[in-house]
Design a protein around this ligand. Structure first.
Ligand code: AMP
Ligand code: ZN
Ligand code: FE
Ligand code: FE
Length: 286
């Protein structure tokens, strides 16, 4: 029986809408062989996910770290995080504090634009400790200030929007070194969503590879087949590993399904086996 995996998912620990237990239950329903939980800038969902999974599906401890780029942000996945993630959590906690300050400024800006949104209303939309623009968008919709998320971002929250505030994130080198230093497999998430040219992207990957970036996320809900082919060839050329996941967020991105993305995503167990073989060659535990 061939089985499938999903190595990029979010829970209520960040901006997903399934609790870690609900996510694991859904993975089981979908007959996934392995699941990586990769919340934004936090590892707080991992313990619950591991307890719920209890070995089936195989649970890979991960996280998705945002780092700076000239065009906005890049996302870096750390897979196979060790049991002790204090070093990572300390850094993330500092960033989360700055995130809260940023969220408060966004709300103040909205207030000065005549929208009487409270920060409590934003917190009401979040269940975990990583609160961000998707939660502000939901609060705006619930308050009847915008019809949908598209308008919330376009009018107010996206870069160029009336209440936009940039987010303080790690430098790419720091993010990669932090994860690599913990013995994680470090992968560039959804490379084709980077708002830069292919030569620029390849320059970034080549530079970060020297710091410990070891894989590319070839399969992702927003990648086309041409993207997949390009990234696979690039990974081969740079002797990097390949990974894939749906970037499932539950109701935050209702069109993206766990395991299958927009419907056509199928990531075979072989991808996981190859990543593990790679880690074994590097002397890293799985
Ligand atoms: P934050 O970390 O608070 O900056 O929020 C980032 C998240 O907001 C991303 O992971 C996306 O899910 C969401 N997001 C960013 N830009 C948009 C957009 N234009 N439309 C909808 N969602 C967006
Ligand atoms: Zn997200
Ligand atoms: Fe991402
Ligand atoms: Fe993600």
């Amino acid at each position: 029986m061939s089985r499938f995996i999903d190595l990029h998912t979010h829970t209520t620990a960040s901006d997903g809408t399934d609790t870690p237990s609900q996510l694991v239950a859904r993975a089981r329903e979908g007959n996934l062989a392995a699941l990586a939980v990769t919340d934004h800038d936090t590892t707080y969902g991992l313990a619950e996910a591991e307890r719920a999974a209890d070995g089936d599906p195989e649970l890979i401890r991960g996280c998705e770290v945002s780092v700076r780029a000239t065009f906005g942000e890049l996302h870096i996945l750390g897979l196979w995080l060790p049991p002790d993630v204090r070093l990572l959590e300390e850094r993330m906690e500092d960033l989360r504090r700055k995130r809260t300050q940023r969220n408060e400024i966004i709300v103040e800006k909205l207030n000065s634009l005549g929208i009487p949104l409270t920060y409590d209303a934003v917190l009401h939309e979040a269940q975990g400790d990583v609160v961000g623009r998707p939660h502000i968008a939901r609060a705006l919709i619930r308050g009847g200030y915008v019809p949908d998320e598209k308008v919330a971002f376009g009018r107010y929250l996206a870069s160029g929007g009336a209440a936009y505030v940039p987010k303080e994130v790690l430098e790419p080198v720091e993010g990669v070194r932090l994860l690599a230093g913990l013995g994680a497999t470090v992968a560039l998430a959804h490379p084709m969503l980077a708002r830069c040219s292919r030569p620029e992207l390849e320059g970034i990957i080549t530079a970060l590879r020297r710091e410990g970036l070891d894989a590319l996320e070839v399969w992702h809900s927003e990648h086309s087949q041409a993207d997949e082919a390009y990234l696979q060839a690039l990974a081969r050329r740079l002797e990097m590993g390949v990974t894939g996941g749906s970037d499932y967020h539950g109701g935050t991105k209702p069109k993206v399904r766990l395991g299958t993305g927009h419907g056509g995503l199928r990531i075979g167990l072989r991808v996981l086996e190859q990543l593990k073989e790679r880690r074994a060659r590097q002397g890293l535990p799985v």
